[in-house]
Design a protein. Structure first.
Length: 732
């Protein structure tokens, strides 16, 4: 049985079916138990402000959990994310309503009456909530549950990856909605009337006054019309507002507002209705919602008229059990009138709703789907502490980690990521290294991970990571040393003094597994540290849908990487200078930080200053743009591991020219999916570039072969699968 701590906005015990039934009854049948942490029944400002403290106390009291989940709470979302990180368990967010956008709507509503202190307070709340939810809470969530596919699409536009979301629409408890078992309400106010129903809460934000617009339109032709609003209001103010509207519009004879009712009693009123209503306004607040009332109408076999928000439109179109109408008094009331005037149509629709709900929207069905997602989020795999460069930063390690995360490794395995290095001033890097040390100590003491996986390059990177591995081994953890540095061979063989070479060999051999990026690098490690267990897991890249060459520019060559002598960029300048007299259109883009001033000066000396573009380091979007514009990608490095930039170019279907060093020949077969040249040979480099620039057919042939190579051997799916299998093996 897996157990999650679940922080909800509701008082306990919960009354919402998507909490009480889904988490209280259905998920335990699938091995998912929940420790609910709810709110007090007092809704004062002080109580709301103290809510995160109550949630913190609830987490402290909760027994051992395998995950922490928060529903529609922002401050508690930050708290839960921190707690999950400390415990080394996944953090999950459940969004049933766009809370931030609700705050913004309230701010705007107050602003229409003037921008005073009250407006300023609400504006500040909305601004802080947006920053915290979209910058801190959701980016740290292992998974995000939403109410509908429409909400998922909208939230993807806010920057949450679609692959990390699951839509869980509202459903019904099938046992409670068996119509034959529900006795109709005995209320004389309903006798002899044409009863229409609204089941649920009323509020100003839902524009519930629209219900009265519909009644006014209907009573002109149907004097006996009676709207039963079976439910409470979102607040006492909203209830007073609704009662006031009914009085002002003199609709007391045509509206019954029951107030809060136990669910069973509300359903007794529901089965007295001929037609049910589910109007919700279009817009950000409600387009992503999944109204429970519509599912309840369909389950009870009540023909309904619903507004066209996406989830309601989907349910009505699939079931055929109701009518869609825009939320305008005329069209909506006419749709209701048409059903009231057509008993045969009502009877036909009534038969369609219950079987559709039984097939698609019972909590038994939804519970099985949610449990399957939890099986991925809370897998029976070892807890893994992964240590490496800050995500989104520069360099190959950051790129590799980004691909693994996007490919689902952190979901398929219980991976917690610790940053050990950040680019910037020395104090920035030192602070990251100290933080990584303290985080590793805390993780090993509080909830020891079975596997500690470090990504390492050479020199300072190796020194930091080897000490962390020593600490992990002392705590009894299995360890993985993931070797990335292109210069590691030189560093290990001749670049380090004798005691350091002993330490390098000992670190490799004492690691439970050493990951090499290619067969050539694996052979080096086995020769250097014979007792090391070496596993080959090539770098991987995300795969584009197809190779798009429509934006390529004639004669444009692209280099991506560290712009210094070790990457062969000065050799590349010399090669372009050799080609320039015969190719006046040639252009070279060197995308990367490094010796830019020296490169600019050397380009001028060679007479190609106007042909060389030095934009500096490029972020992901700029890299993608430059990749699309290039005809040829060139990487003339003097040493390499398995370069991510080259794999990205191969995935994009670019013709490749690269040095035959490191793991490059494991990916590039000379003359088949690219061209290999010897390092430090500008003439050979110029010949290879010139040959490709001269032949579109050759470029496309090699580019297509390169793309196929990545799909077959360097996909994210393959790397994620290999690492997941290794984690399972080491954690067994």
């Amino acid at each position: 049985m897996k157990r999650i701590a679940f922080i909800v906005r509701d008082p306990l015990p919960p009354t919402r079916a998507d909490v009480a039934t889904l988490f209280g009854a259905e998920l335990p049948r699938h091995g998912i138990d929940s420790e609910l942490i709810g709110q007090g029944k007092t809704r004062s400002v002080l109580a709301l402000a103290a809510s995160p403290l109550r949630d913190a106390l609830g987490l402290w009291r909760a027994r051992r959990v395998d995950g922490i989940q928060v529903r529609d709470k922002i401050a508690s979302g930050v708290l839960a994310r921190v707690a999950a990180a400390i415990l080394g368990v996944p953090f999950v967010y459940w969004m049933s309503f766009p809370v931030v956008e609700g705050f913004e709507a309230r701010r705007d509503e107050i602003g229409r009456a003037g921008r005073g202190p009250r407006w300023a307070a609400h504006a500040l709340r909305a601004r802080v909530a947006r920053l915290v939810l979209y910058r801190l809470v959701l980016p740290g969530a292992r998974h995000v549950f939403v109410q509908s596919d429409a909400m998922a699409s909208w939230l993807a536009g806010q920057g949450v990856p679609r692959a990390r979301m699951s839509a869980v629409p509202m459903g019904v408890d099938a046992a409670l909605f068996e119509r034959a078992a529900i006795e109709p309400a005995r209320d004389p106010r309903l006798d002899g009337r044409r009863v229409i129903l609204y089941l649920g809460r009323v509020s100003q934000s839902r524009q519930s006054g629209f219900l009265l617009d519909v009644v006014e339109a209907l009573r002109r032709g149907i004097p006996g019309i009676l709207l039963v609003i079976a439910g409470d209001a979102s607040s006492s103010a909203d209830m007073a507002w609704m009662r006031g509207l009914i009085g002002e519009r003199r609709l007391g004879e045509h509206v019954v507002l029951t107030g809060w009712l136990p669910q069973r009693k509300a359903l007794r009123y529901a089965v007295r209705a001929e037609v049910a209503l589910s109007p919700l306004p279009r817009g950000t607040l409600f387009d992503g919602s999944s109204p429970a009332k519509l599912m309840e109408y369909l389950a009870l076999g009540i023909p309904c008229v619903a507004s066209d928000i996406p989830d309601q439109a989907l349910a009505i179109e699939q079931s055929g059990a109701g009518v869609l109408a825009p939320m305008l008094p005329g069209p909506f009331s006419e749709a209701v009138r048409a059903l009231l005037d057509d008993p045969a149509q009502r009877a036909r629709l009534a038969k369609l709703g219950p079987p559709w709900v039984a097939r698609h929207r019972t909590y038994a069905i939804l519970g099985a789907q949610v449990a399957e997602t939890y099986e991925r989020i809370l897998p029976e795999v070892p807890r893994v502490l992964m240590i490496g460069t800050a995500p989104g930063g520069r360099g190959g390690i950051a790129s590799v980690v980004g691909v693994l995360r996007a490919g689902g490794l952190f979901e398929r395995a219980a991976v917690r990521y610790v940053v050990s290095h950040r680019a910037g001033a020395h104090h920035v890097g030192a602070r990251a290294a100290l933080s990584a040390f303290l985080s590793t100590v805390a993780a090993c003491l509080r909830r020891r991970p079975e596997v500690v996986h470090v990504h390492s390059a050479t020199r300072a990177s190796f020194a930091r990571k080897s000490l962390l591995l020593l600490l992990a081994r002392a705590a009894g953890c299995r360890t993985i040393f993931h070797l990335h540095g292109a210069q590691f061979g030189r560093f290990a063989a001749t670049g380090a003094w004798a005691p350091m070479r002993w330490w390098i060999r000992r670190t490799l051999e004492r690691s439970t597994a050493v990951i090499a990026l290619s067969d050539r690098w694996a052979a080096f490690v086995r020769g250097y540290a014979p007792a090391a267990r070496v596993v080959v897991v090539p770098n991987a890249v995300a795969l584009p849908a197809s190779a798009d060459r429509s934006r390529e520019e004639r004669g444009r060559i692209l280099f991506l990487g560290r712009a210094d002598a070790g990457k062969g960029v000065f050799d590349l300048l010399a090669a372009v200078a050799l080609l320039a007299p015969a190719l006046p259109h040639i252009r070279l883009v060197i995308g990367g930080a490094g010796q830019l001033a020296l490169l600019r000066r050397r380009a001028e000396e060679l007479g190609i200053g106007a042909r060389v573009i030095l934009p500096g380091w490029l972020d992901a979007r700029a890299r993608e743009r430059e990749m699309a514009r290039a005809q040829v990608f060139c990487l003339p490095s003097h040493a390499e591991g398995l370069p991510m930039a080259m794999l990205e170019a191969m995935a994009a279907g670019k013709a490749i020219v690269a040095s035959a060093v490191g793991g490059v020949p494991d990916a590039i077969a000379d003359g088949a999916n690219g061209v290999l040249v010897a390092p430090r040979d500008p003439a050979a480099l110029a010949a290879a570039l010139g040959k490709l620039l001269a032949s579109r057919a050759l470029r496309e042939c090699m580019g297509d072969a390169a793309s196929a190579t990545v799909r077959e051997r360097f996909s994210a799916e393959g790397a994620v699968g290999a690492l997941s299998a290794l984690y399972r093996e080491l954690g067994a």
